[in-house]
Design a binder for this molecule. Structure first.
Ligand SMILES: [Zn+2]
Length: 248
């Protein structure tokens, strides 16, 4: 069940990555084949299964569907399952605290996965997604504050840092007409810091730097490197490891 839930999110990510940069609606408009524009039916929208049953082709025009969609859906299902196992949940004995943690993880994952996908496609980090992530994380921290009286200090600090970068970015964009990639990366780092804390942010950055090095060896052009994508992938990985360590 948890794996299936993850695959549904995975198929939503591919749609969001395609539509958000085009400023298209992501919740109301039905999915369609980009080649023949045929609207997808219920059976075409079941993750993984629909791909396998149609043998990776559009049922209406026969155009091949990229295998990437299948891989992404399976990967997303695996992430959900890994986090669920890491939380050490025993169905049906579900604790409220763990459910809240799982939901907060899902929102973090949704934010970072869509943002990483957009960065991979167009080397641009969507600021709106980072703001969305901060709002969702803020609600979770507020919940923790009410339940266990945990401190909101860390979250508040990173929120302030992010807002500073946001303002600098908005001002510089007004002047130059372009958003600075470095500022976008710093905003993303402050979000990862708010979720994982300074130590794990360090681990995420080191992991991303190692991947950047290999990416550079491969492409020989630092301007082609999708820093946000690499940071995002590391953050999701580290978040799951952190859950394992906390709840095992
Ligand atoms: Zn088609």
């Amino acid at each position: 069940m948890i794996f299936m839930m993850g695959t549904v999110f995975g198929s939503f990510f591919t749609l969001a990555v395609y539509r958000i940069p085009l400023k298209k609606d992501i919740t109301h408009e039905r999915s369609f084949c980009p080649t023949c524009n045929h609207k997808l039916g219920f059976w075409d929208m079941i993750p993984i299964l629909s791909y396998l049953l149609a043998r990776g082709k559009c049922r209406y025009c026969g155009e091949k569907i990229r295998i990437r969609y299948l891989v992404l859906e399976a990967l997303s299902g695996t992430v959900f399952l890994a986090e669920y196992i890491a939380l050490n949940m025993h169905f049906p004995y579900l604790e409220v605290g763990k459910i809240a943690f799982f939901i907060s993880f899902v929102f973090m994952y949704v934010t970072i996965a869509i943002m990483s996908g957009i960065d991979k496609e167009s080397r641009n980090i969507h600021k709106g997604l980072i703001v969305f992530g901060f709002i969702m994380q803020g609600l979770y921290i507020l919940y923790l504050y009410i339940v266990n009286q945990t401190s909101m200090y860390r979250y508040g600090m990173y929120l302030c840092i992010m807002i500073c970068f946001y303002i600098i970015d908005t001002v510089s964009r007004k002047k130059t007409g372009q958003s600075k990639y470095l500022l976008q990366i710093l905003m993303l780092c402050s979000y990862i810091g708010a979720v994982l804390g300074i130590k794990l942010l360090g681990v995420v950055v080191v992991l991303a730097l190692i991947m950047m090095f290999f990416d550079y060896l491969h492409k020989k052009n630092i301007k082609e490197t999708r820093v946000g994508f690499l940071l995002g992938m590391s953050a999701i990985f580290i978040a799951i490891i952190q859950t394992f360590i906390t709840y095992m």
